[in-house]
Design a protein. Sequence first.
Lengths: 141, 325
Amino acid sequence: MQNKDKNANVIRVMLAKIGLDGHDRGIKVVARALRDAGMDVVYTGLHRTPEEVVDAAVQEDVDILGISLLSGAHMHIFPKVLELLKAREADDMIIAGGGVIPDDDVEELYLMGVHKILLQDTPPQEIIDSFRQLVADRGAR
Amino acid sequence: MTNRISSMKLAERVQEGHVRAIARLITRVESGDPEVRQAMAQLYKCTGRAHVVGITGVPGAGKSTLVTQLVLEYRASGRTVGVVAIDPSSPFSGGAILGDRIRMGELVSDPGVFIRSMATRGTLGGLARPALDAVDLLDAGGFDVVLIETVGVGQDEVDIVRAAHTTVVVNAPGLGDDIQAIKAGVLEIADIHVVSKADRPDSNKTIQELKAMLMMSLEPGEGVWRVPVVPTSSEKHAGFGELMAAIDLHAEHLERSGEITERRRQIALTRVVKVAEEIVRDNFARDSRSQTEELLEKVTQRQLDPHGAAVTLLKAMKETIHESH
């Protein structure tokens, strides 16, 4: 009987690494934690371009696109991703960022339209909770 | 807060090949949203054009890599390709890590390719009903070829053969002795065998063993499909053109021999049975819970046998089914 609503409300997340950034230990831990919380997690692998990630996210129709950046290129990559989503009429997608990002930039990223920044020390449960909250706030689509 | 577009509206756009519409409708069929059914019924009439190829094999055989290379071949030949890539769900949380895209990186940003990752959600045989709906959506969206990459199967999960026009089984060298090849199951379901990683020295042994096995099961006669063994190597970019040609030959064979009619009937049967199973399961869970509990109790106490309980439940279900579905 545990099959009840087995498909309903499964949150789909894409986790992406963009650009010259080979650090994927963190993003794999997050992927595992989200899976264990019952979410479907599409992982892109390393060294993707913003175009590749946005096109993949649109095809996968994910609720949340999470981008992990430890390269310091966040102020360059997030605007590009947001612009591409807009061009593909997919700007209703929730955008989350994680990794190493200075406080001043966090402010600016929120103003730009990134929905959530979760920095490197965020406990997995907090990521899970905030993803669920973000999807709940968005409502049905 | 979002403006929800109706599934019927999206269905119209699917026929124009609109990526967002296809993607969103796949999400809705996967969530079991009842609102999508009418739209899917409409779209089903526009399907049946795409050649559906199932790619299966043991975990680690190289299915995702092979799909990537095969898609590139199709693109070079001017055809568009939809891919449904299936990965296992966790039996504990129900969640899944869908990693097939990692190896398909070079395929994105080409409008002639659409890749969708899906989870098994615990279905036996690895092929859930929503995956077949996704195939319909890609078919209706105008993709010439639809590839279904299954989860890594063992020896008995042969669902794919009842859902695809052509089944490709990917074998990797060094994964077992010849006894593995005699075993039924994945060996027999192949229309085409691939031996991946053919740059490896032990691949020849695998190729020879497979060929020997196929010789043994070969029925003599005119017009019988002879299952080819195609070696491929992604390392050397070799064999994928041959694989595409073998799939095309098989498609021609199906048409010429008339076997295609039987395959289509088989696929239709699979589809109907899968939906019926799902309706029954959902009903068990939703509509007849108190009765289910009561019957389970009786079965536990050995007052009623499982078969008797199942028949009772199905009879009760008949009343409720047309209302909820």
